[in-house]
Design a protein around this ligand. Sequence first.
Ligand code: S3P
Length: 430
Amino acid sequence: MIQKQTISPSRGVKGDMTVPGDKSISHRSIMLGSLAEGVTEVHGFLHGEDNHATLGAFRAMGVLVDELPGGVLRIHGRGLHGLAEPGDVLDCGNSGTTIRLMTGLLSGQNFFSVLTGDRYLRKRPMKRVVGPLAAMGARIWGRGGGDLAPLAIQGGGLAPADYDSPIASAQVKSALLLAGLYAEGVTTVREPHLSRDHSERMLGYFGADVRPFPGGVSLVGHPRLTGREVHVPGDISSAAFFMVAALITPGSELLIRNVGVNPTRSGIIDILQEMGGSLQLLNERELSGEPVADILVKSSDLKGIEIGGSVVPRAIDEFPVVSVAAAFAEGTTIISDARELRVKETDRIAAMTSALGGLGARVEARDDGMVIHGGQALSGGTVSSRGDHRIAMSMAVAALRATGSVTIEDTGCTATSFPDFWELIERVGA
Ligand code: S3P
């Protein structure tokens, strides 16, 4: 599924839209719904390939999930100890969240399982979860000395973790919390900066005893989880493409409704506002324990800024599109403390430096970030997504303000997180 898309310069991004459900929250709703007792109904679930990989894994472990009209999922929970040993390898596709969170959860099961993924996922580091899970007592094998999938897991017999993570990673934190469900006593994870806290919130929402504290979170093992109704907000990481599209395209005004604005995810709003972007949060409310708002965006003259520190994990998936905003801003933008971008779906520092550079932007890659000298006109041309959904969508946004048409190669990957991206961007003005 390679495909390509050609985008021409836009005369304005306008309208009133919603984006599909949050990918992180959708993954967690299947996991906790399956481990809960009783029925969980998930409204606004993201029907993308990544979340379907998680869904397939739980079905393979005996969980019954009905698909109701409107894309609603009804999960018949099997309780903390109700999963069955899968009869085959579990394929996580392109999804880092699936493989890392499942490695934690499967470490708690008294059975054998094997996790694998596509050629991109099989290159991504797993030691970050395998190491601390092994310290809890899990037996995990993988290529590269346990760092690379396929991973084979013999779970059971876990002791609680008390772990100081060297990186701010919600996938590491969540893997340990999910394993901690199966350990007697209190599991504690500390991190250098707060990463997204959807796991903590949803575990609490389902009835677990979760105690966030400055610098970390603790969880009491062996809780009783109860099925709940979950309303998944729109994914701020998907909305981000449209925010930047409206900001950089003159004559734009766009209302994006029902977007999750959890403070551990809303770094993109802070970054774009600091760059001078007009973004207004309206109708702020709460949905299933998660903050939500409508976001009104108007075209703005952006300026370069310095980005680093605690905002980085709060915007970790948005740096490809931040680099697009920076290319159209006046002055220089410096992104640092973002070395994690090197090990995402692809090396996003290398991918964006080459894609934006290929259209004439002045961009330098740094070990832990990028320097973008804005204000240079971008030409038309052909660029590659390198199989990474967020690179493909970011370059579609850049194309709206280029001086000629841009062809993006290898765009099938957008189905992982945003299957109807191309229709939506066309509808609002591409
Ligand atoms: C995610 C955590 C982040 C993020 C990813 C989704 C999650 O990864 O980049 O897209 O759902 O927990 P890291 O934990 O590696 O930072």
